[in-house]
Ligand binder design. Structure first.
Ligand SMILES: Nc1nc2c(c(=O)[nH]1)N[C@H]1C(S)=C(S)[C@@H](COP(=O)(O)O)O[C@H]1N2
Ligand SMILES: [Mo]
Length: 530
């Protein structure tokens, strides 16, 4: 450490450790608040917490990420943010105490953390250039100056002998400076919020202005009997509020549909296309019920939802671009979708063009896509896990090969190809429920998208498999509810479910982890009948 400030002894008297630590925290607050204010003007994603968080997400080993998704669910990002803030708070405390003795070192420390934020922000895949470094840089300068000034208040009286009984530091000056910092930070924070709100106004207005046309090909009516009247079973159509959300975006991208474009290009594309949102709205809209599942869903887990999607058939667009599927000699076997936030998702061209309802979706349950689910446009491909098919906030489609390009999740250890595994889940009774003896309705959902569910069976303890009643089938691409009236007897019991898809394949009991291509095994629930 090079420090040429001559400072007398008695410096880290416990009296000043506390204000020292406080000045570090205040400097940290000032840095973050100024950074967020500037990010509000530049891009919400360019703020240091989001940038460092995003970089952390990308570098997190697949197993840890999978664990985080399982552990914290859709709150995983909140947990990450809180974690980053906790680490920053500790570092700020340390820098504040350091600055008691080494004022410049403390200030330089703040600048170094700013540099980390700036590098993270400019190296994010969605970075739009050096402007993304501005929030971190401005924040770091604000934090460093704040720390330098506050630490100065703490050291001021050292040069003169303090009168007996007096504090040896400028208490009044410190309190004033600290108060001013707190107020200024709060102001900057609010300004950041207001600015990013204003920055999103165009996107919000563009979504509000959307009028989805009546589908040229409406979804076949949901058969009566597709929804069982059993309390506790997942509703056939998942309401927006409870539809799972899994993505790497710390800040939901808010895309203005009026300036949005989708580019289609790559191997075997003889007529590249660039489409606007209105171009897509003008095309024939297809409406389908499709159940979406995340590969990170454990057996019995919540990351599956069913929605009514409307959009454009992707196969038609590809055909217009001159694309042939590999089975007809096309040179590209992988379609790579890119999103505005730098996600890449690879899908087999063959699957997209084999006649299934692979969509560029604009609507979800009758509304324009919610921002969190990919507005303005996302992909949905029946039968494939989301990480190999369901790119949200899509802006680019490139035809390529599996041999020449690995998308985001594949680089992190997940499979290149991942059709959805046949799964079934007991929704009711809940684990460790205490139902009364007598008739208990056991019910849940089963899914094997694009193959369809043919049979569901329930087993009580080690008894025989007994056939459950299946709700009417909406389509092969949606889940099916099932129910099983159980004459429950006193004591502890284990209920187990398994499904058989329409090809006749029985859901395997072999336990497999979610990585690399989806969990397998049977879902069981233990209850105590009293
Ligand atoms: N841009 C982008 N699209 C994405 C992802 C992502 O992280 N970023 N995650 C994918 C994964 S893993 C899944 S399971 C689905 C989830 O879609 P949902 O959040 O609308 O339920 O989105 C997919 N599309
Ligand atoms: Mo996923």
């Amino acid at each position: 450490m090079t420090e040429n400030e001559k400072e007398p002894r008695g410096h880290s008297s416990p009296l000043r450790l506390l204000p020292g630590a406080l000045s570090g925290v205040l400097a940290g607050c000032a840095a973050l608040a100024v950074a967020e204010a500037v990010a509000g003007g530049v891009r919400p994603q360019s703020g240091p917490v989001v940038a460092v968080g995003g970089a952390a997400i990308d570098r997190t080993p697949a197993a840890v990420k999978d664990w985080a998704v399982r552990q914290f669910g859709t709150d995983d990002k909140l947990v990450l943010r809180l974690g980053i803030l906790a680490v920053l708070a500790l570092l700020a405390l340390a820098l504040g105490i350091t600055a008691l003795r080494f004022r410049r070192t403390g200030a330089v420390g703040v600048l170094l953390f700013g540099a980390v934020g700036a590098v993270a922000a400019t190296s994010r895949p969605d970075s739009t250039g050096v402007a993304d470094a501005l929030p971190s840089a401005a924040g770091a300068v604000a934090g460093a100056v704040t720390l330098y000034v506050l630490a100065g208040r703490l050291a001021l009286h050292d040069r003169a002998p303090a009168p007996a009984g007096a504090r040896d530091w400028d208490r009044r000056g410190f309190v004033l400076a600290a108060g001013a910092t707190a107020v200024a930070s709060a102001g900057a924070g609010l300004l950041g919020r207001a600015l990013s709100g204003a920055g999103n106004r165009g996107a919000v207005a563009s979504r509000r202005a959307v009028v989805l046309p009546r589908p040229a090909s409406p979804a076949p009516p949901v058969p009566r009997g597709a929804a069982l009247r059993v309390p506790g079973v997942s509703p056939f159509v998942t309401p927006e509020g409870s539809f799972y959300r899994v993505d790497t975006a710390l800040v939901v991208p808010k895309v203005d549909a009026t300036s949005w474009r989708l580019r289609l290009h790559g191997k075997g594309v003889t007529r590249p296309l660039t489409l606007s949102y209105d171009d897509l709205l003008r095309r024939d809209q297809v409406e389908r019920d499709i159940t979406l599942t995340c590969v990170s869903n454990e057996v019995g887990g919540p990351y599956v939802g069913n929605a009514r999607w409307t959009g454009v058939r992707l196969a038609d667009l590809l055909a217009e671009c001159g694309v042939e599927p590999p089975s007809r000699g096309g040179p590209a076997d992988q379609l790579v979708a890119r999103s505005v936030d730098g996600m890449t998702i690879g899908t087999p061209v063959e699957d997209v063009m084999d006649g299934r309802d692979a969509l560029l979706a604009l609507g979800m349950n009758g509304e324009p896509l919610p921002f969190a689910h990919g507005f303005p446009v996302r992909m949905v491909v029946p039968g494939l896990y989301g990480f190999v098919s369901a790119c949200k906030w899509i802006e680019d489609i490139e035809l390529t090969t599996f041999d020449s390009y690995d998308p985001y999740w594949v680089k992190r250890g997940w499979a290149r190809r991942a059709p959805v595994r046949t799964q079934s889940r007991i929704d009711t009774p809940k684990p460790f429920a205490r139902p009364r003896t007598g008739m208990v309705m056991v019910a849940g959902v089963a899914w094997a998208q694009h193959r369809g569910i043919g049979k569901v069976e329930v087993r009580v303890d080690d008894g025989p498999w007994q056939q459950a009643r299946l709700a009417a089938e909406d389509s092969r691409d949606t889940w099916r509810q099932w129910s099983f009236p159980w004459r429950a007897t006193k004591g502890g019991h284990t209920l187990t479910v398994r499904a058989t898809d329409r090809t006749g394949a029985v859901q395997t009991d072999r336990r497999a982890r979610t990585i690399p291509d989806g969990a397998t095994g049977w879902h069981s629930v233990v209850v105590t009948v009293g």
